[in-house]
Design a protein around this ligand. Structure first.
Ligand SMILES: [Zn+2]
Length: 319
């Protein structure tokens, strides 16, 4: 091999020499291939201890200060489930929320000072949590990820099913068609008539509902049972609340124990729906048991989710 290499090298020297048009100089030097350099394996350095980076950026809002720039910070905190009001004033609630937000960040000192760095982090985190593909049938709207205030699906239709309200509620087309099939099949297989109560809700309506709940029960309790605007699956147009006469058409846990509620739990996936908030998944979904709340994801995905016995959060690896 050494010999062939040497010949090839010589040929190359000759050729390059020729291409220049001159007569190649005879070479007498022997070109030895270089010995491979043996690199000693280096012991990997142990991971350095995490360093707490001190936030030395300036404090930008003072307590009681009113400024336009405070509003986007409050909006971002509100969307991330902190109890703040959109006042543009750096008030006590805002300070407490900033402090709590900083607690979630390993490298920020958890106090209520809103530094430049803190503000940037709040806005960045709020942006990270905003849903970028709201039309995806697997869209995840929950207490972490939220829809834009102006998001309205383009394919809303009224499913042709028995409605609870006179002003018939809407769903996205694939969910509406699937609900129609589910209702027909439920009637055929159990003889029971299901009732469609609620479908798409826009941001503003959800805001009214949530704020009413906050007035009744306080922020924390309201957050347990109701979705904040932007965080409701109903805004995706893929969630349907259904019930039946046997529970007086209420949206009640008792629906889960009725023959029709049991049938729905066992069969919804055949039509592309899952029971989104199960009795034993409150820790993950952050919502109480809602046997009436169906979420459309498509037959294939619903079947996989049901077979795996997981929540949508777990299925999407988002917990
Ligand atoms: Zn619902």
């Amino acid at each position: 091999m050494k010999k062939i290499g040497f010949i090839l090298l010589l040929a190359l020297v000759v050729l390059t020499g020729c291409s220049r048009g001159g007569i190649p100089e005879p070479t007498t030097e022997t070109i030895e291939p270089t010995e491979p350099v043996i690199v000693e394996p280096v012991e990997p350095e142990p991971d350095p201890e995490p360093v707490l980076v001190m936030d030395e950026s300036p404090v930008i809002f003072q307590m009681g200060e009113e400024a336009e720039e405070i509003l986007p910070v409050q909006q971002a905190l509100y969307l991330m489930n902190y109890d703040v009001e959109e006042t543009s004033i750096y008030d006590e609630k805002t300070e407490a929320a900033v402090s709590m937000f900083k607690l979630t960040q390993e490298d920020l000192i958890p106090n209520g000072e809103c530094t430049e760095w803190t503000r940037d982090r709040i806005l960045l985190e709020a942006d990270r949590r905003s849903i970028k593909e709201p039309n995806d049938l697997l869209v995840l709207a929950n207490k972490t990820y939220y829809l834009a205030a102006d998001y309205v699906p383009e394919d809303l239709v009224q499913p042709d099913v028995f409605n609870y309200y006179e002003d018939k509620r809407e769903l996205r087309e694939p969910a509406a068609r699937a609900l129609e099939e589910l209702f027909v099949t439920a009637k055929e297989e159990t003889g029971v008539k299901l009732v469609f109560r609620s479908g798409f809700r826009n941001y503003d309506i959800q805001k009214i509902i949530f704020e009413r709940k906050v007035k009744e029960r306080g922020f924390e309790a309201a957050n347990q049972v109701s979705a904040k605007p932007g965080q409701s699956e109903h805004q995706t147009g893929l969630a349907a609340d259904i019930t039946s006469w046997s529970v007086k058409n209420a949206l009640d846990e008792a629906f889960g124990e009725t023959p029709e509620g049991i049938w729905v739990a066992e069969n919804a996936h055949r039509f592309g729906f899952i029971i989104r908030y199960q009795i034993d998944t409150v820790d993950i979904t952050k919502y109480q048991y809602e046997p009436w709340h169906l979420r459309f994801v498509g037959i294939e995905e619903a079947t996989k989710i049901v077979e795996a016995g997981v929540t949508l959060e777990e299925y999407l690896g988002e917990i």
